[in-house]
Design a protein around this ligand. Structure first.
Ligand code: DUC
Ligand code: ZN
Ligand code: ZN
Length: 475
């Protein structure tokens, strides 16, 4: 009788702190042995010349999220988790979004219904708090935090979602009391609204004007204000999807003052620029997301921040809208203004290969930094560690086995999402996950996906653990 259900033999494993040669023994979906020369397993995977990494944790993505208008997200929990698995990710954290006037509990119940029976990977929920009423702050949120929803996103822009400063202070104070983590979308709503009206009045309605209407100064101001509000309340925050140089400067300034300001960035801010929104015809709409991609100097600043620890988390912000679709980027009203183009780009499956190739293989970050950004830090910050985000005895056997030299030219035909384009069409990458395991089960191997919808489990999150970047003072 073999001792293990599975042995991964002869690979080079990496965590956020170490790289080491080891066999990995898996039983009942967990890692139970790390050693050379393990005895046999019922199944064996030969990982010689391959890297064995923690499966990615994509801590910011949108799946089957109601939009409140005629647009519809293209990926549900089935296609989204499938696509993520094929790109080496094993845990997803999408958002249960409260519409104004809606109970947060009802939003969470609705989102569970959307996930159940569909997800092929394990998932946890962040909340989106758009209506922090006394009932929500006094009862619903504290109870939800106790039930394992310990992080929530708030918006400083988008009419349907944005909070004013006083509401933000209320939410931050609640997070401090209940030990939750607030993620902040930092863009100044009035600057964007004012610029948008001006552009529309001049007839500047093409997709590229989306970037003009959302300049770095609007993100910089909101980032600074979010930091100030968090300082007032004395609670940590995480600024999501930081796009460029000016917001980064604000976060560096906050860190230099010893403030616990964490930061996330995404592939679009490394691999796209505002010029991509100026593609011929309406094609620029494919790259419309908020904040928008910036310029080369910002790309370099984002790489610097990944290298030196400014950023803790690297997420996709996958927000899937089909291009050639009246419920996608071509909703009828989008012809009248860039401001009506659904915001977001797909990226679940390409997130890690892009970072691995341009980061690790091109020498910008090392393998341990890659693991920290791809998985470990998010697992810690959102209360899923050590079950997720590492390779350790007792952890879930959520693993991605990478061929660091596999060369792929990204093409939408290769991907497994339900979107009809990728903004990275034609990009050449070196390094791709050849096998993905979720709780010891092979879900992606040798170019084939194999996992039953509904096998993914909901994860309750613990309170956030702090993560420190190099140079950050102890809080
Ligand atoms: N911006 C967001 O804030 N959310 C989803 C997609 C986007 O572009
Ligand atoms: Zn956002
Ligand atoms: Zn988002």
């Amino acid at each position: 009788m073999p001792e293990f259900d599975l042995v991964i033999r002869g690979g080079t494993a990496a965590t956020a702190v170490d790289v080491f040669r080891t066999d990995i023994g898996v039983r009942d979906g967990r890692v139970v042995a790390l050693a050379d020369g393990l005895s046999s397993g019922r199944h064996e995977i030969d990982a010689r010349d391959l890297l064995v990494l923690p499966g990615g944790v994509d801590a910011h993505c949108h799946l089957d999220q109601p939009t409140g208008d005629e647009s519809v997200m293209a990926d549900d929990f089935e296609s989204g988790t499938r696509s993520a698995a094929c790109g080496g990710t094993t845990t997803l954290m999408p958002f249960a979004a409260q519409m104004k006037g809606q109970s947060l509990r009802e939003a969470v119940a609705d989102y569970h219904r959307r996930a159940e029976g569909k997800a092929v990977l394990d998932y946890a929920f962040h909340l989106i708090v758009s209506d922090p009423t006394p009932q929500v702050l006094g009862q619903e949120l504290p109870a939800l935090i106790r039930d394992g929803y310990t992080s929530f996103k708030i918006y400083m822009t988008y009419d349907a979602l944005k909070l004013n400063d006083r509401q933000i202070l209320d939410v931050l104070a609640l997070a401090r009391r209940e030990r939750a983590l607030v993620m902040i979308h930092a863009e100044n709503a009035d600057c964007i609204g004012w610029l948008t009206e001006k552009l529309e009045r001049s007839g500047d309605i093409a997709p590229r004007f989306h970037a003009t209407a959302r300049p770095q100064v609007a993100e910089r101001e909101a980032t600074h204000r979010a930091i100030a509000l968090a300082e007032l309340v004395d609670t940590p925050i995480l600024i999501v999807h930081v796009s460029g140089r000016e917001a980064i400067e604000q976060i560096r300034w906050a860190r230099s003052r010893g403030l616990r300001v964490y930061a996330e960035t995404c592939p679009q801010y490394l691999f796209l620029t505002a010029d991509d929104l100026a593609a011929p015809g309406f094609h620029g709409a494919k790259c419309v997301c908020s904040p928008p991609p910036r310029d080369r100097a910002s790309q370099a600043a984002v790489w610097d921040g990944l290298r030196d620890g400014l950023f803790q988390v690297f997420s996709s912000d996958h927000a899937p809208f089909r291009y050639d679709d009246p419920k996608g980027k071509k909703v009828p009203k989008a012809a009248a203004s860039f401001a009506c183009i659904p915001n977001g780009i797909p990226g679940l499956e390409t997130r890690l290969p892009l970072l691995f190739s341009a980061g690790v293989n091109d020498g910008r970050i090392d393998l341990c930094q890659f693991v920290a950004l791809a998985a470990t830090n998010a697992a810690k910050m959102y209360g899923l560690y050590p079950r997720k985000g590492s390779i350790a005895i007792g952890a879930d056997a959520d693993l991605a086995i990478w061929d660091p030299n596999r060369e792929i030219t990204i093409a939408n035909d290769l991907l497994h999402h339900n979107v009809d384009y990728t903004p990275y069409e034609g990009a050449r990458v070196r390094g791709w996950p050849v096998t993905t395991l979720s709780r010891g089960e092979v879900v992606w191997a040798d170019g084939a996906f194999s996992a039953a919808p509904g096998r993914g489990r909901f994860l309750r999150c613990d309170h956030p653990q702090s993560v420190r970047g190099p140079g950050e003072r102890q809080a």
